[in-house]
Design a protein around this ligand. Sequence first.
Ligand code: ZN
Ligand code: ZN
Length: 202
Amino acid sequence: MTVDLRIPAELPAAAEAYAAAGIKVFRVRRNKTPYANCVRCDQKNSQYIPHRPEECRCGVPTCHGFWAATTDVDLVRRWWREEPDANIGAPCALNGWAVLDIDPRHGGDKSLAVLEQRVGVLPGTVMQLTGGGGLHIVYRTPGISLPGTLGPGLDVKHNGYILLAPSLHGSGGRYQWSGHGRFLQPAVAWPAALTPQARRAA
Ligand SMILES: [Zn+2]
Ligand SMILES: [Zn+2]
């Protein structure tokens, strides 16, 4: 599906726009504390029923963090009506993405330079500025498990989630897509040179 979205400036409208475009989103609190699971999904509760989050059938839409992410526009509208300031989270693999997360505060720019010396310049794709000086480089997921990190300040977000523009970064800046604020569904595959198999062969 081709997605080319102009992202509204307000979080509730933006969350709805993503969901309507088929991107799974969920609420993330500013302090990142998760929403509570229901008693049947809470491992510390006596009524807990053992199950995998991705197979949950409890029907409570906030259980299991990013596993609750949805493209249901009505539900998304309700979530952000309840909490208009909630940031917009998007699970990476569940949306078909594998994301290089570069945090210069922890040396991510240097790690990227070292990586590109080794494997060559990475193919250009969709990018997001994090609002805290960081950068997300968004590729299509290769559909296999990936390492969590490729060096100091250079993480791989795949099983986890990222925040989407115009979410507010802890430093006070806002997340922003680099292409004039437009979001394009990434068409470029995760570089084969960054898969564990390729790393072992190197
Ligand atoms: Zn539940
Ligand atoms: Zn559950």
